[in-house]
Structures are given as C-alpha cells and as structure tokens.
Design a binder for this molecule. Structure first.
Ligand SMILES: C[S@@+](CC[C@H](N)C(=O)[O-])C[C@H]1O[C@@H](n2cnc3c(N)ncnc32)[C@H](O)[C@@H]1O
Length: 285
C-alpha cells in the first residue's frame, strides 16, 4: 500500500479526511460510473458524461446494475446464513452503497469480519463508510489491485483481520470484466482460493457475453462503450463463468443471470432483457 493510501486510512480511522490523493477526476472511472448509474453522488463531470453516453447506447444498464447490487446483498446473506461463514474478503468493493457487505452480514452475525479491497483512489477516500463495524466484528480496507493477488493476501489488513485457517467468502463481484485476460483472471481467483481453507466459498458476478437478443445486443454495446471510454472491459460466456468455479461445489441454482439467483422477498423484479450479468456461488471442498 502506498504512503498516501496509508495516511488516508489512518486519517479515516480518526474521523478526518485528507486532500492529498490525485483522484484523476478528469478521466472516467468504473467505480464512479457505477456509482452514478446506481444514483450515488460520488462522481465527477467526466464520469457523468461517460455514464450518460453509455446509457444513451444501453438504456437498460442501470437496471442491470441494480440487479447486480442486489445480488451482492443476497449472496452475502446466503453465505452468512446458509454457509455459516463469518469472514469475508470482498475485492472490487466499489464506492460505499448501502447496504454494504458488512452491514448485511453483521446484521445476521455481528461478529463477522470483512476486508474490502479496491484499487480506485476514490473508493479509498470514502473507505470510512466501510469501516463502521459492529463492536463484536471488524472491517478493514486495502488499497490494492486484484492483479496482484499475493499483495492482497500478504497485506497487514488481511493478516490482522482474517484468520486464514478458517473459511472465508472470496467475493469478486462485477470486477472480473475489467481483467481482459480471462485465463489470468482464473489464475488470480485460484491463487486466492488456494490460500483459503476448505469450506471457503467464491462469489462471482460478471458481464454476460453470450445472451440472446435483445440483452445480448445491449451487452455488446455496453462493452464497446466502456472500451471507448478508456476502460478495458470484456464479457464472459456462461461456460467462461463456470470455469471460474472449476473444482468447487456450485450452490444451487448454479450459474444464472443476476436477476434470478436465490431471490428473496426484498429482491427487485428485473426482466431477463435487463439482466446483463451472470453470477454464482460455490464452496471449496
Ligand atoms: C462495477 S464496480 C463493482 C462494485 C461492487 N462489487 C458491486 O458489485 O456492487 C467494480 C469495482 O472494481 C474495482 N476494480 C476494477 N479493477 C480492479 C482491480 N484490478 N483491482 C481492484 N479493484 C478493481 C473498481 O474500482 C470498482 O470499484
């Protein structure tokens, strides 16, 4: 972690803010585009312009993003209630968006520990909202890049917060599409899972690249649009997503669209034509 990042986190822990991080507000960022399309306020003109252009081409994208965000809630709830997990490593956290993962899991099991990881400086500057743990549990934030999984595993926050001899949910939700080399993405996921014991689980969602029209056309436009905005993005086939879960036991109903996975009474109703992402949860045997 950089000195800047550490100073930010120390200041956040004291309830202060610093203004020393270059947020590169003049270029659009994935986290801030997503925040804007979810109705958040942590975004700048370049993000809003990029988001508006993407939505002009793909009007259904915000609906799909909201469906994905509700998958975050449902999969975290499932992991804590059905799998009994109490430790969570969430990589590609995004800007704080209630309910954040620790709020979901600590509502069920207040002793739960959550480590958040993101590489976007804007997420770092808002990390304070992610550090509001219950007294019984803990939360921590790591400013790191998924493409360097060992740095995440070796970070003091992961080492101090998580007991790596006990099961952990690894969540990589709506992030893998930003690693264009899918073989490398599989390798990264398997490196992290390799450091976790049996009983750990993997939660994934990512952009679906093999959907029938009209959703398929919308996804293709949205991928083109992200790339045109300077954010390298790829889409996965269903079998590409299944390959991420190789060697793990998929939880029912397997790999599905985000609008259908283990719905509960709070889940929004989203038609398939507005669901652009696959998702799944699996347990390490
Ligand atoms: C679309 S948001 C997803 C947020 C949250 N997981 C959700 O699904 O609601 C993707 C996040 O991944 C982060 N991200 C993208 N590439 C990353 C990388 N290589 N390492 C760490 N974070 C990354 C972005 O900064 C952004 O905050």
């Amino acid at each position: 972690m950089s000195d800047d990042a550490r100073r930010w986190l120390d200041a956040a822990a004291r309830g202060e803010r610093l203004d020393t991080i270059d947020l590169k507000t003049e270029v659009p960022h994935a986290a801030r585009i997503y925040d804007y399309l979810l109705g958040g306020k942590t975004n700048f003109p370049a993000d809003r312009a990029a988001a508006e252009e993407i939505v002009r081409q793909v009007p259904g994208l915000p609906i799909s993003m909201r469906a994905n965000r509700d998958f975050v809630r449902r999969v975290a709830k499932h992991a804590v209630t059905e799998l009994g997990l109490r430790q969570f490593l969430d990589i590609g956290t995004g800007l704080p968006t209630p309910p954040n993962m620790h709020e979901v899991v600590q509502a069920v099991a207040p002793e739960s520990r959550v480590v958040y990881v993101d590489n976007d400086p804007i997420v770092l500057t808002h990390a304070r909202a992610l550090l509001t743990s219950t007294p019984q549990g803990r939360t921590a934030y790591v400013n790191a890049d998924l493409r360097d999984p060992q740095a995440i595993l070796d970070s003091p926050q992961v080492r101090d917060t998580l007991d790596m001899s006990r099961p952990v949910l690894l969540s990589v939700i709506a992030i893998l599409q930003f690693i264009p080399d899918q073989a490398r993405a599989r390798e990264i996921v398997s490196t992290i899972l390799g450091a976790l014991p049996a009983g750990s689980a993997l939660a994934v969602s990512t952009v679906a690249g093999d959907l029938p029209a009209p959703a398929g056309d919308e996804v293709a436009k949205s991928v083109r649009s992200y790339n045109a905005q300077g954010i390298p993005t790829v889409a996965y086939t269903r079998s590409g997503v299944e390959a991420l879960f190789a060697g793990l036991d998929l939880v029912d109903p397997g790999v599905t669209l985000v609008n259908t996975w283990n719905l509960d009474e709070a889940a929004p109703e989203v038609p398939d034509r507005n669901a652009f992402m696959y998702c799944g949860l699996a347990v390490k045997p």
